[in-house]
Ligand binder design. Structure first.
Ligand SMILES: [Ca+2]
Length: 516
């Protein structure tokens, strides 16, 4: 009998250490993981990073209580590529379909591709996404009135509550686990990015119906929904259409529900905030709060959401068992398609921080963003100058959760993300609307790219020059001095590494040669 008891006790003891998924003191040992991903939020938009003109006390709480990375990067300076790279750990320029997608585009993540939620599911996680998706849905010619597949639920998420693309694109409906929320079968939805539907009201033809007018020439003059015209065309689904001013609250409530209903097991939540992407439509509670108009108010609203997530975790006693990663998908833009006075009311604020460029740009502000890791009681607060990219998150979380899976492009920077090391990646390729550049150490090399450098409508320099550009970001964060002629050794080294990595050839056009 004694022997039997000993064996039982030994088995129990063994099991208590045989898997992180076992519960201990009512809490799961594997931490919950939440990625909070802002949309078009710039390096300087967060007060703990920037000039503090817009107050973001809740994001600052994460920054002050966690690791605030000063060299944290997205892989790309636009939505879809960055989101693809974050979830798959693969450079977006390797996937020809990873460009800014229309709302009718098919899913660009392959069935066999590894994703963060797929990897975490294998480690016993429940996985959910709430908010912006923008990685395509279906396989082409989606019927929005049926189960929409493949989508997030087919690439690793157990639960999804999303908008298909962006707030400024049709379809303007919420989709829960592949079904349009609140769809009336007698009022079916049709979506087209090629033609207008008979009877459809557009901003182009009915500007008198608009409460927010599109900026000329940026394509936001299609279907009118909630007094705002969108990119693309849609008819039907009247009852299912969202009200922009309630979107933030809707997504927040769904994110909170997800946390509460999955608190007994390890969960992964990807919370894709829609702010401050256009159209900027803060709820009336936030209107006028920033003093900078709708763009600033949308950031104040976004920050409040972050605070509510923290409060929910605290209330549910999950805060010391949840790793939070906060970042943004790309750099900032002021006029991005609507006349919301973002330029006129900006009042000296620098959304791009000390850097050049913004959204769409190969210059630094396109991809260098707020990047914070926070885990109460586990991460010692600090500031890290290590260079980290969002493509490193997959491999790092794999190690955190005991998975053997890795991607080739990502690095395992877990110790850096947890504040135990200051070692970052040495180099990386950055992308902007299909063009690429090479960032290494203190340097960035931008190959010659065709096209206008200044995107006049958005007021952003995107990095296109007919000559090679080389900047020392440390000494020249504003990228004012192209030193390609003076620093030949570093230039040649970077060109060789870039060509090897990307398979793209650099045209040897030096600034001095062009001046002759
Ligand atoms: Ca974006």
């Amino acid at each position: 009998m004694k022997t039997l008891l000993f064996v039982v006790a030994a088995i129990l003891l063994l099991c208590s250490s045989c898997g992180n998924t076992l519960e201990k003191n009512g809490k799961t040992k594997k931490p919950n993981i939440i990625i909070i991903y802002a949309d078009d939020l710039g390096y300087g938009d967060v007060s703990s990073y920037g000039d503090g003109i817009i107050k973001t006390p809740n994001i600052d709480k994460l920054a002050k209580g966690g690791i605030r990375f000063t060299k944290g990067y997205a892989s790309s300076s636009t939505c879809t590529p960055s989101r693809y790279a974050l979830l798959t750990g693969i450079y977006p320029w390797r996937n020809k379909r990873a460009h800014i997608l229309p709302g009718s585009a098919p899913l660009i993540i392959g069935k066999d591709e590894l994703t963060i939620p797929k990897m975490l599911k294998k480690q016993g996680y429940h996985t959910g996404i709430v908010g912006k998706w923008h990685l395509g849905l279906g396989s082409g010619n989606v019927d929005w009135n049926e189960y929409i597949t493949p989508g997030p639920n087919e690439v690793g998420f157990d639960y999804s509550y999303i908008m298909a693309a962006t707030q400024d694109r049709v379809p303007t409906v919420y989709i829960e686990n592949g079904n349009v929320v609140g769809l009336d079968p007698d009022d079916p939805i049709e979506v087209s990015y090629k033609h207008k539907f008979p009877g459809e009201l557009t901003g182009r033809e009915h500007p008198e119906m608009l409460k927010l007018k599109p900026s000329p020439g940026q394509g936001h003059d299609g279907t009118i929904v909630n007094g705002i015209s969108r990119i693309g065309h849609m008819i039907g689904g009247e009852k299912a259409r969202w009200t922009d001013e309630n979107m933030s609250d809707r997504f927040l409530a769904k994110a909170q529900d997800y946390i509460r209903s999955n608190k007994t097991k390890p969960f992964f939540l990807y919370y894709g905030l829609q702010q401050p992407h256009v159209p900027r439509t803060p709820n009336h509670r936030f209107v006028g709060k920033s003093g900078l108009g709708p763009r600033g108010d949308a950031i104040v609203e976004e920050d409040w959401n972050v605070g509510q997530i923290l409060k929910t975790l605290k209330d549910e006693n999950l805060l010391d068992n949840t790793l939070i990663i906060f970042s943004s998908d790309n750099g900032p833009v002021l006029d991005d398609g609507y006349q919301d006075q973002a330029v006129e009311l900006n009042d000296g604020h620098k959304p791009w921080g000390p850097f050049r460029g913004g959204k769409y740009s190969l210059y630094e502000a396109g991809t260098r963003l707020p990047f914070i890791t926070y885990w109460k009681g586990h991460i010692k607060p600090g500031v890290s100058d290590a260079m980290v990219s969002q493509i490193d998150i997959l491999n790092s979380l794999a190690r955190l959760t005991g998975s053997e899976l890795r991607t080739n492009d990502g690095k395992d920077l877990l110790n850096t993300f947890l504040g135990k090391s200051n070692a970052g990646r040495e180099s990386m390729v950055i992308e902007a609307t299909g063009r690429t550049a090479y960032r290494k150490g203190d340097w960035v090399m931008i190959p010659p790219h065709r096209g206008s450098n200044l995107w006049r409508l958005q007021g952003i320099e995107v990095g296109n020059e007919p000559v090679i550009q080389l900047y020392n970001i440390k000494n020249d964060p504003g990228q004012k001095h192209n030193v390609a002629d003076e620093k030949k050794i570093i230039l040649n080294e970077m060109i060789a590494e870039y060509e090897h990595l990307t398979g793209r050839k650099v045209q040897m056009e030096l600034p001095s040669k062009k001046k002759k």
